[in-house]
Design a protein around this ligand. Structure first.
Ligand SMILES: [Zn+2]
Length: 87
């Protein structure tokens, strides 16, 4: 473990697998912290990403299991909402 790395701090106190309005559509990308992505609908941790392309530094828009269909519909229609990228 890197003793000089900043301590990990979650974005909110809500457990990752539960909805949180403060995390809706949030993608966290920063050196030294885990890559985190939250559902664009409910703010729970999202495992289904659309439009991610790390070679082009595109974080994508993410959806949880419950809302993945909505993401797929946006993807097909070209109407994906932009993620809110935080450090
Ligand atoms: Zn969701």
């Amino acid at each position: 473990m890197d003793e000089n790395a900043p301590p990990y701090r979650p974005l909110t106190a809500t457990p990752e697998d539960q909805p949180d309005p403060a995390r809706v559509g949030v993608v966290r990308m920063a050196p030294g912290v885990p890559f985190e992505h939250f559902s664009a609908v409910c703010g729970a941790s999202g495992g289904f990403g659309f439009g991610s392309d790390f070679m082009q530094a595109k974080p994508g828009t993410w959806y949880c299991y419950e809302h993945r269909e909505e993401g797929q519909q946006h993807w097909k229609a070209g109407t994906l909402p932009a993620p809110t990228v935080v450090g």
